[in-house]
Structures are given as C-alpha cells and as structure tokens.
Design a binder for this molecule. Structure first.
Ligand SMILES: NC(=O)c1ccc[n+]([C@@H]2O[C@H](COP(=O)([O-])OP(=O)(O)OC[C@H]3O[C@@H](n4cnc5c(N)ncnc54)[C@H](O)[C@@H]3O)[C@@H](O)[C@H]2O)c1
Length: 361
C-alpha cells in the first residue's frame, strides 16, 4: 500500500488543490469516462479502472467508445501521460481519490442489483491506504454508501486502527451527465456532495471543485443519494402524467397532447413541459423508481404514486403496439405480412444508448 504525504485530511486537501493528487475512476462508461477527461484536462494524473479489457485497450490506444467524447479528447491525455486505463486494480494503491461509477441495474424482480457496487467496493477496499478518499458516484438507494461501501472500507481499515474521517474518507456524489446535451456539461452542471463526516464532505467537494464550477454540499450521503432519486423520479412521474393524458386525448379523439403541452408551456411560471412517448429507456428513469419503492418497503411504506408512474410508463409500449396494429388494420395488408419500421430506439434523440429500450425488448 502506497501512502503519499502524511495521510491526513489537510495533506490530501492540499495535494488535491495543487493537482498533485492522483484520481482513480472505477467504471469507464457514460459516467466514468467524462470524469477521466475533465480531471486529466486540469492536469491531474488520472487512472481509469474497468473489468472490460476491450474498453481499456481502446482508451490506451486513444480511442473513445462514448458518443459524447470524441477520440480527439482521449488521445492527447494518453499521450501527455495524464491518463492511463487498466484492468489491474492494484493500480489503486497509487490513487488518492477514487470515484466508483459502476452500473446499478435492477434484478428480474425489480429490486436493486448491488453486484457491481459490491464488487467495486471490495476491490477498492482491498487496496485502501491511509489518506484515501472514496466517492460513490453510481445512482442508488439512500443508505448504499453507509450500508454497502462503508462496511468494506471498515473491514480493511479497522485492523490498522485507521479512523473514518481522519485516516480515510468516504462520500456520495451523484452524477448528472446528460448524454447529448451540449449546453449543460460536466464542467458547468452543479454537483451535490454528501460525506459520511464533515471532513469527508469537504474533501469530496474540494476534488469536485477542480472540475465543476458549482458544488452543493449536503449533510450526509443519504441526502445526496435521495436527491438524485428525486431528480429522476420527478421525471418519471411527470412523464407518466403526460402519457396518461395522451391516452385520454386519444380516447377523446382529435385532441393532440403535444399541442396541449405546447399551449400549457406558454405559462412562464409553475409549469415545465414533458412530452408523451412510446416508452422509457436508458439506465436511469426506468430503474430509479424501483430503487426507492424497494427501500420504502423495508420501512413498511408503499410508494403508491412513484410505483404507479413506473407502471404507467411501462404500459406505453403495449399501448403503442395496439395503436400500430389498428393502423395496420386500415391498410390493404394482412397483419402477419406487415413490416413496421421503428425510427429511433434510444431513450432520446441524438444518443446511441439503447439500454432498456422498449423498442428492442
Ligand atoms: N448514463 C447516464 O446518463 C447516467 C447519468 C447519471 C447517473 N448514471 C449512473 O451512473 C452509474 C454508471 O452508469 P453508466 O451509464 O456510466 O454505466 P456504463 O455501463 O456505461 O459504465 C459502467 C462501467 O463499469 C464497468 N464495470 C462494471 N463492473 C465493474 C467493476 N466491478 N469494476 C470496474 N468497472 C466495472 C463496466 O465495464 C462499464 O464500463 C449507474 O449507477 C447509473 O445509474 C448514469
């Protein structure tokens, strides 16, 4: 285990601010890779860790596989020596600040699948050293940082007598990357940070401030975990509302929900337009309501409203299929001979992420 400097919070903070601290990004996907680029660009040594050898080889050859990040952003940081990718987790022993950006899917019974967070936490904990800061970035249910990540870190730290918030540090800071959005980028989108102790919050905020203009500190990881779910469930509920109204407009005949939303959106306050769609895709909105409803059940609480929004949105592909069948029935072709062209399978325009797309289910 490599420990640079004294291993104290003050020393780590100073090395973060002088850009001497080494950043490790675990999980080099849509969330991890933009972080790599931003930290490398400000001149911090950045090590990317992934279990996918293909991704690691591409990155070390200066090639990107994420649409929003051109290879011209990867090649220079590899050539300058600011960035290297590896599948060897022992590289974490050189790292001062670790961001965990691994997937958080749901199981077939729609419960949180913590497999990736657990494996990444174990891998990080196995290389924990004094003065290291671990920041969980994956979207997850409130309590994950303290109940999943922290026990692993404690197992590694306790035999050395290392104290949390003094000798090592842990925080949660949710990602807000919006693939395809060229206005709101990693650098100008505010980020929320909640540490397990005030010192953990301060260190996580300090490292985030090196690449993000506006960092909002909250009192705990749970607040940060919950606010991220609120952001995504806010979208799920509002999308469900317009989806339900779109079906009503259809039933009423001759009423366009799009025209209705556009008209409502002329109100300059108290309304935000959401549009109906054929179903939800992507890695966030279809999943996150289930993270919270699962957690709520552990507290003997039913999230009726949130669960209903998820179900309402999940019914849309079936509704669209019925609408297509009705449209085909109006054509001079038998249903079994008809072919249907679907244009656009991703969760929004101009992105290539087709995870959870109802179009390919
Ligand atoms: N994609 C988005 O727009 C977005 C936005 C905000 C938050 N998030 C959240 O961020 C997290 C990551 O999402 P993503 O879209 O970047 O996923 P992704 O699938 O694009 O990337 C995850 C990466 O982690 C790697 N990985 C898996 N297990 C690993 C392990 N044990 N150790 C190291 N690497 C491992 C995978 O190989 C993959 O490269 C999720 O919790 C997601 O909900 C995603």
């Amino acid at each position: 285990m490599v420990q640079k400097g004294s291993g104290s919070a003050a020393d780590l903070k100073q090395r973060i601010q002088s850009h001497d601290a080494v950043v490790g990004i675990v999980g080099l996907g849509y969330v991890g890779l933009p972080l790599v680029v931003e930290f490398s660009r400000v001149g911090m040594k950045t090590i990317g860790l992934d279990v996918d050898t293909d991704k690691v080889e591409k990155l070390n050859a200066g090639v990107s596989y994420i649409q929003d990040i051109p290879s011209s952003h990867i090649a220079p940081i590899v050539e300058s020596g600011h960035f290297e990718a590896t599948v060897d987790f022992d590289a974490l022993s050189q790292v001062d600040v670790v961001f965990i950006c691994v997937p958080t899917p749901i199981t077939s019974s729609k419960e949180p699948d913590m497999t990736y967070v657990r494996l990444a936490s174990e891998a990080v904990a196995a290389r924990l050293h004094k003065g290291q800061l671990i920041i969980l970035r994956s979207t997850t249910y409130p309590g994950t940082t303290e109940d999943v990540l922290l026990p692993e870190l404690r197992k590694a730290a306790d035999p050395h007598g290392w104290e949390l918030g003094v000798d090592y540090f842990a925080s949660f800071s949710p990602e807000r990357v919006d693939p395809g959005n060229t206005t709101w980028t990693t650098a100008n989108t505010p980020i929320v940070v909640g540490g397990v102790t005030p010192v953990c919050t301060d260190l996580a905020a300090t490292v985030t401030e090196q690449i993000v203009a506006n960092v909002h500190r909250v009192s705990s990881p749970r607040v940060a975990e919950m606010e991220k779910l609120l952001e995504n469930i806010f979208r799920s509920v509002n999308i469900a509302l317009v989806n339900e109204l779109a079906r009503l407009c259809d039933r009423m005949g001759g009423l366009s929900m799009w025209e209705v939303v556009d008209a409502a959106a002329t109100k300059p306050f108290g309304f935000m337009p959401f549009y109906p769609g054929p179903g939800l895709g992507g890695h966030c909105i279809p999943i996150d309501p289930y993270y919270l409803s699962w957690l709520a059940r552990r507290y003997d609480f039913e999230t009726n409203f949130i669960t209903l929004s998820a179900r309402t949105n999940e019914e849309m592909p079936y509704y669209v299929v019925d609408a297509v069948i009705k449209a085909v029935a109006m054509q001079p072709v038998a249903l079994r001979d008809a072919s249907v062209l679907v244009l656009g399978a991703a969760f929004k325009r101009n992105v290539d992420d087709v995870r959870h797309s109802p179009a390919i289910r």
